[in-house]
Design a protein around this ligand. Structure first.
Ligand SMILES: NC(=O)c1ccc[n+]([C@@H]2O[C@H](COP(=O)([O-])OP(=O)(O)OC[C@H]3O[C@@H](n4cnc5c(N)ncnc54)[C@H](OP(=O)(O)O)[C@@H]3O)[C@@H](O)[C@H]2O)c1
Length: 328
């Protein structure tokens, strides 16, 4: 039996081509759970895998897609037809991913569809939304409350950033969205941002070990100089969650913000988040934290449109979430 998939091939060393192709089900990896994919979504990791980044995907040909939502065809534990999601773990990295009509994964990666979501809604959040949820959860667990002051979100138009803006605003926080793109201001305000600042403001540094304490909390998604400046610009007992490295993986800072202001810098790892914690957060996201902004956050595309969208994402030209209808 054949199925349709986005396939990236390395046609010559460091030369990557792509096509939507028909593949044999027997070409899927030998795992115990076969899922017919109905929806997927695009994440920054997919853009890297699509571009031939060997830090994400070691071997090609490969089908990207770190997110998938669909129905069980074969499983050792779940009945045929059960609606499920697979988000993170190795899906789409070195395991054939969700930008295809079928995936075959270990049963330990599979979560039954969160109660309050359709499969499509779960993919509107996908990895990026789940990561935003983890960021908000960790800020709250570390004592951040709305009365403490403004919370800044960097890369605010991105998948993680935009969902974080919506979740924080719904939780009563005064959210400041930092973006390179002023044209998106109205959209970010509609998602709940109180004000918008230019991303450049967060890379200005006098070189001093500490700067004016501006922010009570931060959801930091771009890394590099932005994260450096933020560590120095937090209020006393400020909390930063850090998940991305679009502008660099090095972090240059010093201990003063930690030992004089009690700064907490919290790393977020969504892909390998333990399954029980994943299930609990998905439940929260689909019930008490369910956003009424899901449609505003996303646009819908077909599998055939994914190459163009992934190129745009790799070039930093993205807004919100992109949900992919697989089952036409
Ligand atoms: N640790 C984890 O578990 C985890 C999980 C998911 C994602 N991530 C990481 O988090 C980051 C964001 O992911 P995402 O899904 O939100 O990506 P995305 O949808 O592509 O959004 C990234 C955003 O970053 C900003 N940006 C892009 N290129 C930039 C550049 N050259 N300089 C400064 N800002 C730039 C843009 O926002 P503006 O135009 O608004 O500035 C863009 O919308 C990525 O590094 C991703 O790998 C980590």
């Amino acid at each position: 039996m054949t199925y349709k998939a986005l396939l990236v091939t390395e046609s010559a060393p460091k030369v990557f081509d792509h096509a939507i192709v028909q593949r044999e089900l027997s070409e899927l990896p030998e795992n115990d759970t076969l899922i017919k994919v109905q929806w997927s979504s695009l994440n920054y990791k997919d853009a890297l895998s699509f571009s031939g980044n060997k830090g994400i995907t070691r071997k090609y040909p490969h089908t990207p897609g770190v997110d998938a939502a669909g129905i069980i065809e074969e499983s050792p534990t779940l009945a045929k037809g059960t609606e499920v999601i697979v988000v993170g773990f190795d899906l789409g990295m070195n395991t054939s991913g969700g930008l295809a009509e079928y995936i075959r994964v270990p049963s330990e990666w599979v979560i039954e569809k969160p109660v309050g979501y359709s499969l499509r809604e779960a993919m509107i959040l996908g990895t990026a939304g789940f990561t935003a949820g983890q960021c908000v959860e960790r800020l709250l667990q570390n004592g951040l409350t709305p009365d403490k002051g403004e919370v800044v979100v960097t890369g605010a138009t991105g998948g993680v950033g935009s969902v974080a803006v919506a979740l924080l605003a719904a939780a009563g926080f005064e959210v400041v969205a930092a973006s390179r793109n002023p044209e998106t201001a109205a959209w970010l305000m509609d998602l709940g941002a109180k004000r918008i600042i230019s991303a450049d403001e967060l890379t200005e540094d006098s070189g001093k070990p500490m700067l004016k304490g501006l922010w009570a909390g931060a959801v930091e998604t771009v890394g590099g100089k932005t994260l450096e400046v933020l560590t120095k610009s937090m209020q006393h007992r400020g909390v930063i969650t850090c998940c991305g490295m679009i502008t660099g993986m090095e972090l240059n800072t010093n201990v003063f913000p930690f030992i004089l202001r009690g700064l907490s810098l919290i790393g977020i790892d969504s892909a390998e988040c333990p399954l029980d914690q994943k299930k609990a957060l998905w439940h929260k996201l689909s019930t008490e934290w369910k956003s009424n902004q899901l449609d505003a956050l996303c646009r819908e595309i077909s599998l055939e449109e994914t190459p163009e969208a992934l190129k745009n994402m790799a070039n930093g030209k993205t807004r919100g979430r992109t949900v992919v209808k697989i089952d036409a």
